[in-house]
Design a protein around this ligand. Structure first.
Ligand SMILES: *Cc1c(COP(=O)(O)O)cnc(C)c1O
Length: 375
């Protein structure tokens, strides 16, 4: 029996809510289900405004526009992340400046940020890898001192916390993902979270093709027109209906995921004691959301051997990011501050375990196979 790396989460109400959207004759953006999802996010994450987008990528692009990034501006971020974190900046003509990550959480090393700041630095983008929080107190402190925006790439981090505060509520902006590989899904999908009301009006305009259509629909202006730059960043209400079926069961989805994560963590404890792997480290103050479970193998060769051996048993366990600083577009569009030894090291040794909602006995089978292969 094949064990795939991911399988989309289904709660059972998705089709019913999509049918409801059809019955209401509203399937374009910002219908009933979009409003419900936004209100849920505003309450659960504790932000001023949550705007659904068609992806986290779109949310990051909106955040880059709202920070008024322009040619030559610099944005400090980790290299150990998905391409969208950097592309949002590059699309504005600005330059990603990569710094290294911490050995424990694999998140941006907050102690390296200040030295990478120049007169051109405008923002810091943090990525909460695996739904484990970055050291946000230190990040916010350095940002405040240098008057920089903070954007949280919270693609993996919905329903995770830092010192009791929901991730996505700490920076100026945050972007969430509802891609089918994330904890709560709508196939493709995302959201931009805004913590300062001063940015809300412009965000609504950017998202509605540069028009004041959102104000018009609320009856605040009597006609709508082209007022700014913008694009179409909003999803159909069919997508929001799917997403609502997931939000509605967020607590049980989270609990199930947490149990699977804990099963892996217990199952690999003896291998860690034997020095064969390193398990994830969750720093104090971080309440994670069990987004993904990874192991660090001793070296690249051991990691690649394990991938191949698991694949022979039809278990699909992939590696993760190819660091952006050494990717072709990274070399062309970005720059690196100092060297990134931890990023290079970890990227070569990391392996992700299959983890999805409907799993039952699969984690035990994966654990058993890994034990057997590393013995
Ligand atoms: C998944 C992911 C994204 C992209 O999300 P999309 O919704 O597919 O655009 C961006 N950043 C990180 C860290 C991610 O994990």
């Amino acid at each position: 029996m094949t064990i795939s790396f991911n399988r989309p989460t289904v709660t059972g109400n998705e089709l019913r809510y999509i049918q409801e959207a059809l019955d209401k004759f509203h399937v374009s953006g910002d219908g009933m289900f979009s409003k419900r999802c936004s209100a849920w996010l505003e309450e659960k994450v504790g932000v001023r405004r949550a705007l659904l987008t068609h992806s986290c990528t779109a949310g990051l692009e909106m955040a880059a526009l709202l920070c008024d990034l322009g040619p030559g501006d610099e944005v400090i971020m980790p290299s150990f992340t998905f391409v969208s974190t950097a592309n949002a900046v590059v699309l504005r003509g600005a330059v990603p400046v990569f710094v290294d990550i911490r050995r424990d959480s694999l998140n941006i090393d907050e102690s390296l940020i200040e030295a990478a700041i120049t007169p051109r630095t405008k923002a810091i983008i943090v990525v909460h890898y695996a739904g484990v929080a970055c050291e946000m107190d230190a990040v916010m402190e350095v940002a405040r001192r240098h008057d920089l925006f903070v954007i949280e790439d919270a693609a993996q981090a919905l329903r995770a916390f830092y010192r009791g505060r929901p991730l996505g509520s700490i920076g100026d902006f945050a972007a969430l993902s509802f891609h089918e590989t994330k904890n709560f899904i709508s196939g493709e999908g995302g959201a931009l979270l805004i913590n300062d009301t001063a940015h809300v009006a412009r965000a609504e305009i950017l998202r509605e093709k540069g028009t004041n259509r959102s104000s018009f629909l609320r009856g605040e202006v009597d006609k709508y027109t082209w007022v700014d730059v913008g694009s179409s960043f909003l999803p159909s209400d069919i997508i929001a209906a799917f997403l609502w079926a997931q939000f509605e069961q967020a607590e049980s989805l989270q609990a199930g995921r947490r149990a699977l994560w804990n099963r892996y963590h217990e199952g690999f404890e003896s291998l860690e004691k034997a020095g064969a792997v390193r398990r994830p480290i969750i720093p104090d103050g971080c309440d994670h959301n069990a987004h993904l479970y990874y192991l660090l193998l001793p070296d690249l060769a051991a990691r690649n051997r394990l991938i191949a051996s698991l694949r022979d048993r039809e278990i699909h366990a992939p590696f993760h990011y190819v660091p952006l600083h050494s990717a072709p577009a990274g070399l062309k569009f970005a720059r690196t501050h100092g060297s990134l030894p931890v990023t290079d090291d970890v990227a070569a040794r990391l392996l992700r375990m299959p983890l999805w909602h409907a799993m039952t006995k699969e984690p035990d089978q994966v654990i058993e196979a890994v034990h057997l292969l590393l013995r």
